[in-house]
Design a protein around this ligand. Sequence first.
Ligand code: SAM
Length: 244
Amino acid sequence: TDFGYARVRLDEKQDRVNEVFRSVAKRYDLMNDLMSGGLHRAWKSALISTLRPSRTRPLRLLDVAGGTGDVAFRALEAGGPDTHVTVLDINEAMLAVGRERAGAGRGDRIDFVAGNAESLPLPDGAFDAYTIAFGIRNVPRIEAALAEAHRVLAVGGRFLCLEFSHVDVPGLDRIYEAYSFRVIPRLGEWVAGDKESYQYLVESIRRFPRPGAFARMIEEAGFARVTHKPLSGGICAIHSGWKI
Ligand code: SAM
């Protein structure tokens, strides 16, 4: 059936994504800095400022597609002693880098869990906040991931998604296109020896829904007060929603 065919293609997409991140895991953090000119740090800081973890009250944060732990470490730094982060990722190679970065010292404030955003191995209502940074674009069934985000959040919990978006500033759009299609794949080849993975990256950004359409998907998953704000002229956006 058509449905069966579509499922095979989605599974293939996930296999492809897993291969990309398995092969870049060790150089992932370096590549991020190179490709974004360090900007990914500012975007992640913007995500944490939006989350605004309390320094006094407990926070149970789930960071999905958390990879090497970048968002998690920032949240732990910004939050208080009762901030706990669960980093979930489908890729063991990425998690291994994260665990190594966490090292000792962070005690029991962070844990790393292997799992799929589309079917989280976690109980209902267990988290106060759900973040996903540069992750949802890689998940084949976005609706399934959003439904799972809603399920694992407690009532009053917040969903925050940082993702590449659509540049809508005249002039910047052309520079961005040129950068994406000429520079990124070459950088990928040069640093990670892997041009195709980075071509995939650029394609996946182009195919991702526009900010308004993505906001509607978040609403359809059951979230309320859904908003989005562009960062750096729309190169990225932060989408926010609440479970009420
Ligand atoms: N959040 C990190 C950051 O901002 O640096 C990592 C982002 S990285 C671009 C995307 C991550 O999504 C990879 O670590 C990949 O393994 C993970 N991923 C892809 N598909 C996934 C899925 N279905 N469920 C969970 N994680 C997934």
